[in-house]
Design a protein around this ligand. Sequence first.
Ligand code: IMP
Ligand code: MG
Length: 173
Amino acid sequence: MVIGKPLLSAEEIQHKVKELADRITMDYKNKNLLAVGILKGAFMFFSDLVRHIRVPMSIDFIIASSYVKTDTTGEVKVYYDLRADVRDRDVLLVEDIVDTGITLNFIRERVLAKGPASLKVCALLDKKDRRVVDIPIDYRGFIIPNEYVVGYGLDYDDQYRNLPYISIFKKSV
Ligand code: IMP
Ligand code: MG
């Protein structure tokens, strides 16, 4: 297993996170923001993002997964669901990466069914070429090539989440 040189450095990521948070701050003035982190992958992005958001807000989490090692199973499992009441809330789903779009689409539909005032999506990474389900991304960090990446919350078999940067992961050489 090989971790290549950073695709996105810690500095590039932090710069982008601040930029996204500034846009969110502008858009959610006079709203009732509930930011929802999709775990585990989004934990680092989520915590960096919210500390730059400058409007009153609350947070909640969803733990969901469709991946085994580097393959999507296409079936999304929810291990922990939202506890907050989303009615009258302006919900912002925060995800690490949108790949096929299956996970986020599933979660989006699930939250929409609970009747929030509004629902938007923020994703740090967009692996556009792999999209199967079209999903609107309101706040997008980076478009990346069709490669499996790890670091900054993203894992391979639950490893490498702690890296402060993002690298392309190669199983072997
Ligand atoms: P999707 O349902 O195919 O869009 O997959 C989205 C989920 O799969 C993300 O929330 C990630 O947790 C995981 N995932 C997708 N691509 C990668 C990757 O390149 N590295 C690590 N995790 C990934
Ligand atoms: Mg994820």
